[in-house]
Design a protein around this ligand. Structure first.
Ligand code: GDP
Length: 221
C-alpha cells in the first residue's frame, strides 16, 4: 500500500555539511540523477559564490572571485547522500568567445530541461541591476520546465531600505503572472540578511516528495 504518510521522511539538510562532490562540463558527466537537487544560477559577479559560501558557512566552498566567469563547470556539492546543491556556471564574461558561450548555453539548457532530481532554481541578481536578458532567459527555461524559481536580489546592503523594498515590489509586480512558480526576496551575504528565508525555500524543495512519485496512482493492493 502506497500511503504518502508512510513514505520515509526526508529531513532538511544541514547546509554546513556541504562538501564538494564533482564538476561536470556537460550533462552526461553529472552525478547519477537521483534524489533532490537545487541549482544556483546568476550572471557573473551577481554574488553567487558569496551566497553559497555564506549559506554553507564555508568560505572556500564556492570560490569567490573578483574576476567574473572564472569557471565554466557545473559544480555539485553533496549535503547528504541524496540532497545536493549545484553551482551553475556564471554568465556574462566578455572574454569568453561567442562559440564557447553558445555551447555553454546549450549545456545549461540541457541540464535545466533534463535533470529529474532538480527541484528548483535559486536565481541571483544584483539588486541594483535586476532582470538582465540572461535572467529573463533562465526564468523562461524554468517556466517551460514547470520548475520553481526563487530570486535572490543580492548585495541588498548596497541599497537603502526604501529603494531595496521598492526594487523587490517592482519585481514582484513584474512577475506576478507567474507567482505560483516564481518567488523573490532581498539578500545580503555581507550582512547575513535573508538567510532564513532562503533556507526555508531550500528546505521545502529538498524534502518535497518527488513530482514523479506524486503523479503515480495510489495503489490499494
Ligand atoms: P559570483 O561571480 O556571482 O560568484 O560573485 P561573487 O560572490 O564572487 O561576488 C562578486 C563581488 O560582489 C565580490 O566582490 C563580492 O565581494 C561582492 N559581493 C557579493 N555578495 C555581496 C554582498 O552581499 N554585499 C556586498 N556589498 N558585496 C557583495
Amino acid at each position: 500500500m502506497d500511503n504518502p504518510q508512510q513514505r520515509p521522511q526526508v529531513l532538511a539538510p544541514n547546509y554546513r555539511q556541504a562538501q564538494f562532490l564533482t564538476s561536470a562540463s556537460k550533462v552526461s558527466q553529472c552525478p547519477i540523477d537521483q534524489g533532490w537537487e537545487v541549482a544556483f544560477a546568476g550572471r557573473s559577479n551577481a554574488g553567487k559564490s558569496s551566497a553559497i559560501n555564506s549559506l554553507t558557512d564555508n568560505k572556500k566552498l564556492a570560490r569567490t572571485s573578483r574576476t567574473p566567469g572564472r569557471t565554466q563547470l557545473i559544480n555539485f556539492f553533496a549535503l547528504t547522500e541524496t540532497q545536493r546543491l549545484v553551482d551553475l556556471p556564471g554568465y556574462g564574461y566578455a572574454k569568453v568567445p561567442m562559440a564557447v558561450k553558445n555551447a555553454w548555453n546549450k549545456q545549461l539548457e540541457n541540464y535545466l530541461r533534463q535533470r529529474e532530481s532538480l527541484r528548483g532554481m535559486i536565481l541571483l541578481m544584483d539588486s541594483r541591476h535586476p532582470m538582465q536578458p540572461f535572467d529573463e532567459q533562465m526564468i523562461g527555461w524554468a517556466l517551460q520546465a514547470h520548475m520553481p524559481v526563487h530570486i535572490l536580489l543580492t548585495k541588498s546592503d548596497k541599497l537603502k531600505k526604501g529603494p531595496a523594498k521598492s526594487t523587490l515590489l517592482k519585481l514582484r509586480e513584474q512577475l506576478s503572472e507567474h507567482k505560483e512558480l516564481v518567488s523573490m526576496q532581498l539578500f545580503s551575504a555581507l550582512k547575513h540578511t535573508g538567510h532564513q528565508d532562503l533556507i526555508a525555500v531550500l528546505n521545502t524543495w529538498l524534502t518535497e516528495a518527488s513530482v514523479y512519485e506524486d503523479l503515480e496512482p495510489i495503489s490499494e493492493s
